[in-house]
Design a protein around this ligand. Structure first.
Ligand SMILES: [Fe+2]
Ligand SMILES: [Fe+2]
Length: 186
């Protein structure tokens, strides 16, 4: 199956000494991984605002847009598609618990700011949590799904994530997924 893997753009690690390696993702999960790149930008905006590198207003507005346009849809798609492929109960719990916490963070960040210092701390916590959630999915959760799925499950996952990709506005004309190539060659 290795020939089906592609290298995603590098995700910067928060640990200064950690080696940055691109993550190889099977086509059946690639659309959800593509979503992660935008979610990481949202996390970075929050972290930069928390460190005062950009204004709180700029960071919160940028995050709110990505949250509304991309992340809420992504979370709902993951919750609708992935549970049937999960083999470990702890993965199911973490997926739903993390999403619940992310929604709570987004709601708190959208409330009226009365204390800028507290809002910066909250932005830092939310950004770090979102970043950690994506890294867990990319480094542990998604690889476990890829490793434990049967060939039939992989086919089913491909069909479901094909549908996800078709609903996304990005790069429709340059989708290089194996399944698309296979369809075109028939
Ligand atoms: Fe998630
Ligand atoms: Fe995700």
């Amino acid at each position: 199956m290795m020939e089906n893997h592609v290298k995603l753009p590098q995700m910067k690690s928060p640990e200064p000494n950690a080696r940055n390696k691109g993550i190889k993702r099977h086509p059946c999960l690639r659309p959800l991984s593509r979503d992660h790149l935008l979610a990481l930008i949202g996390a970075q905006k929050l972290l930069k605002a928390s460190r005062g590198e950009i204004s709180l207003d700029e960071g919160l507005s940028a995050f709110a847009k990505i949250w509304q346009d991309e992340i809420t849809i992504h979370l709902a798609d993951e919750e609708a598609i992935l549970p049937q492929f999960i083999k470990e109960e702890s993965d199911r719990e973490r997926l739903f618990d993390d999403h619940k916490k992310l929604r709570a963070f987004a709601q708190m960040l959208g409330e009226k700011i009365t204390d800028e210092k507290s809002a910066m701390v909250l932005a830092g916590e939310a950004g770090a949590f979102l970043d950690a959630h994506i890294r867990w999915e990319e480094r542990e959760f998604f690889p476990r799904i890829e490793k434990t799925a049967s060939p039939e499950e992989i086919e089913r996952l491909l069909a479901l994530t094909d549908e996800v990709e078709s609903k996304r506005s990005r790069n429709r004309s340059c989708d290089s997924r194996i399944r698309s190539k296979r369809k075109n060659s028939i």
